[in-house]
Design a protein around this ligand. Structure first.
Ligand code: PMV
Length: 328
């Protein structure tokens, strides 16, 4: 285990159609309600890990440069969970890279902690089941639980105080539906408010927060039915209202949390205009300004062309469903 070549894993980002935005336990990243997401190619984090007794402290490299203090601290804390579980005491070398912008509302923490969970547990000699790995990845970032399985994924709210039943599972294999997502990159800046701070402020100050959590539970059940029925219209409508409701709750926090720019709002109107023209596209957006349009593969060129001509969109990334986190 020690000093051996690095263990490398890759994991994909994910996009929630029924959003997670609220925690019932902050240290354990336990969600106030379940969520549903698409695991997305080509958005990938690749992470190589080796434990090495010669290392005095962990060495963390992100995108070929030494990681920032904040990134290194978060990574170290996660490695401590793995060390505790495996009974390993040595330092760790981590090299991680994303093939998409870091921390711009594209869930790089999701793919990042999913890849780190798999690479680090294997490097430490542990062989976790997929639910165990998902629950562990959740400790790094809630949405990372959803980047462990592939295809269409449900992250269970769970009941257990220790979080052991709050993990994500695939409900549809990635080969079973040709759903696509076109991400409009409106900004490559880091987001202004981190998701945990935004969730806490929304939970404690937004008058809409209890209604938002009720809506999540209803929408999760409906979205699962829509996936079973392959009803894209139903799933798209749920996705658009879940995103708008999440942002409505955050906008009503005190002080209000505004992830959107003008380009984001134009993206909402674009989805509606496209639908009137017979192109079935639905808007969604996370803790950043990027408008994301969900469609079926037959419409992906029309959606991409329309999003690329929207003012403020620098470029687009077209995504399709991806498989689970895996060793390289
Ligand atoms: O995993 P976190 O703590 O970065 O939270 C992500 C939350 C949203 O992206 C805004 C919504 C979601 O369900 O992914």
């Amino acid at each position: 285990m020690m000093n051996d070549p690095m263990t490398t894993a890759k994991a994909h980002a994910n996009l929630a159609l029924v959003k997670y935005f609220g925690k019932r336990d902050v240290p354990l990243n336990l969600p106030a309600a379940g969520s549903l997401s698409l695991t997305l190619a080509p958005l990938t984090t690749t992470t190589a890990v080796a434990f090495d007794e010669a290392l005095k402290e962990d060495e963390i490299v992100l995108n070929d440069a030494p990681a920032s203090a904040a990134f290194a601290k978060r990574t170290r804390r996660f490695l401590d969970l793995v060390r505790d579980r495996a009974g390993v005491r040595s330092g760790c070398r981590v090299r991680t890279s994303n093939n998409f912008p870091t921390a711009a509302g594209l869930a790089s923490s999701a793919s990042g902690f999913a890849a780190l969970a798999l690479a680090a547990t294997r490097a430490a000699g542990l062989a976790l089941t997929e639910p165990e790995l998902s629950a562990l990845a959740r400790r790094g970032s809630g949405s990372a639980s959803r980047s462990v399985p592939g295809g269409i994924v449900v992250w269970h709210e769970g009941r257990a105080a220790d979080g052991s039943d709050s993990f994500a599972q695939s409900i549809l294999d990635h080969s079973q539906w040709d759903i696509c997502v076109v991400v409009g990159i409106a900004s490559e800046e880091k987001k202004a408010v981190g998701s945990t701070a935004a969730m806490t402020r929304t939970a404690t100050t937004s008058p809409y927060y209890p209604a938002w959590i009720d809506a999540c539970r209803r929408d999760l059940a409906l979205a699962q039915d829509a996936v079973v029925d392959r009803n894209f219209t139903a799933l798209g409508e749920i996705a658009e209202r879940s995103a708008l409701s999440m942002h409505a709750a955050a906008l009503a926090a005190d002080p209000g949390i505004v992830f959107w720019t003008g380009t984001t709002v134009e993206g909402i109107h674009l989805a509606r205009t496209l639908r009137k023209r017979g192109v079935e596209a639905y808007f969604t957006c996370d803790a950043g300004p990027q408008p994301k349009l969900v469609c079926l593969s037959k419409d992906v060129d029309a959606v991409k062309n329309a999003l690329e001509t929207l003012g403020g969109v620098l470029r687009t990334i077209t995504c399709r469903l991806a498989g689970p986190a895996s060793l390289v």
